[in-house]
Write a protein that binds this ligand. Sequence first.
Ligand code: FE
Length: 206
Amino acid sequence: MNDHYHHAQASAAVRAVALKNALEERALVPEGYVEKFTEIMQNDFDPANGARVVARAWVDPHYRELLLSDGTAACAQFGYTGVQGEYIVALENTPALQNVIVCTLCSCTAWPVLGLPPDWYKSFEYRSRVVRESRTVLREMGLDLPDEVEIRVWDTSAETRYMVLPFRPSGTEDWTEEQLAALVTKDVLIGIARPGAPTHQPRVKQ
Ligand code: FE
């Protein structure tokens, strides 16, 4: 991860504080709103949810079919519904295809299954470069894909939220769902990492 990502992280934090202060000065933030919303975010919206969805899809072909045809319904079976998860589309990876998610406009992720976007995901650097030079950006983030692997970048929106369904790593045939889920991180669900492969270490803890 180069310094451009790091600088974008700092400026995002500064902008967020400035916005919060401006809203508070005008009494536009209800009492306790930020605290309550932060609590919901931390407790309910967790990439471990998306990991459970992936693990189920790996062991249950019917569930996998549902996930790929109606991601929202498949996630709802676990109770993973709600704000920013109204319409979830799962993107199927294969050894020859890597799907990657970005929000070129801002920072959209499928909150109920991915959690909040990491800081690097919100950076101008990632949002612009992953579209133009995805292979290079993935390599910088620790995912060095051979040239024969196709990369598809999906631009999320306010309406459609994506999650990546990675392919099940070989050698995990007798693993339990719980063990399988432990392989799936937020980075894997966004598509900048593959399960079982080395993942990048964010400088800022998410
Ligand atoms: Fe967005």
